[in-house]
Every structure is written in C-alpha cells, then in structure tokens.
Design a protein around this ligand. Sequence first.
Ligand code: AMP
Length: 193
Amino acid sequence: MLNIVLFGPPGAGKGTQSQNLIEQYGLVHLSTGDILRGEIKEGTDLGMEAKKLMDKGELVPDSVVIGMISHKIEQNKHGKGFIFDGFPRTQAQAKALDVLLELKGTEITCMLALEVDDNELKTRLLERGKSSGRPDDQNEEIISNRIAVYQRDTAPVKEYYADQSKYRAVNGLGEIDEITARLAEAIELATQN
Ligand code: AMP
C-alpha cells in the first residue's frame, strides 16, 4: 500500500493537493476535517460536540478522530492506500495511526509537509472563507488561533516522522500543478528506498 500523510498548516493546500494525488495514485482520501463537517451536517451528537471546538479553532479530542480514522481504515483496507489529510495532528494521533496500520500489515510510506508562510496562509484562508461557508475560515481571530494551535500541537508531529526517516518538506508556494509535481517527486523518492 501507498500511505501518505499530507501535512501542513491550515490553508497550506492539503485538500486541493489530496484531490490531485488521489486521481494520480488511486488512493482513498481521509480528511478528518471533512468527516467532522459531515457529522455536523447530519446533526449527530459527535458533530455537535466537535462543532463547539472547531468554531473556536481548537482541536477535537484525540479519541474522537482516532475512532473515526480506525473505522475508515477498516472500510477501505483492500484499497491501494490512503492519503491522510489533517490527521495526525498530535503525536498521540501519529502513534495510534501507526498501530492501526500495523494491524492491517501496512505502514506510513512518507509524510509530505507543505510549507507556506503565515501571512500567505491568512490571506488564503480569508479568501477561501468567502466561498467555502466555513465559519472557521471567516474570522481573523479564529484563523490566528488555528495557526497557533498548529504551531503548538501539530508541528511537533514532523519530528515523529523525521525519527522514522519519513519526513519530507515540500514547497507549498506556486501553481497548483507545480506543487502536485513536487509532491509526486517526493513520493517517487520515498518509494525508491
Ligand atoms: P481541517 O478541515 O483539517 O482544517 O479541520 C477543521 C477543524 O476540525 C480543525 O480546526 C479541528 O477543530 C478539527 N479537526 C480536524 N482534524 C482534526 C484532528 N486530526 N485532530 C483534532 N481536531 C481535528
């Protein structure tokens, strides 16, 4: 299986790039943010609890997202592999993901980290907020909090994968297709070894 963690701060382009990569490699796209927004739309208890945190730009508890991902891995275990988008966001999530994949006899191939500076992220998120309808993309204070939560809780996940020699930084600035080509090149390198 080809299992990719597509990593980066909010607004780095993970969703857009995931779409291109799933087409190219035939992978299943697992975005915990999308799954949570689906729960909110359906009005489930889980969705309503998660919404309170998401609207503030805080993370939902590890146990909630790990449970969701576990379920999706089980459902798609015979596929070519996964792109994890917006997950793992903490070291505890990264460890749990390793255990879940090991149970299926597979592992993470590489973590591709899209790098974009904070000013560009804020501009992109505010722009996206005009069309996405996402409440967490429309308020500068919430955006700043999401970036701060990323720096505090999520950025250290890079070290988790660096320790396994699976971390690869990718420049997230430029044309969409140009960035996809950089990601494909990084995947090529990771699968050669
Ligand atoms: P995203 O669509 O990835 O930007 O996620 C939107 C929001 O959903 C985040 O700001 C968090 O509140 C929540 N969320 C998504 N994925 C996770 C995760 N892996 N761990 C905790 N919270 C998450």
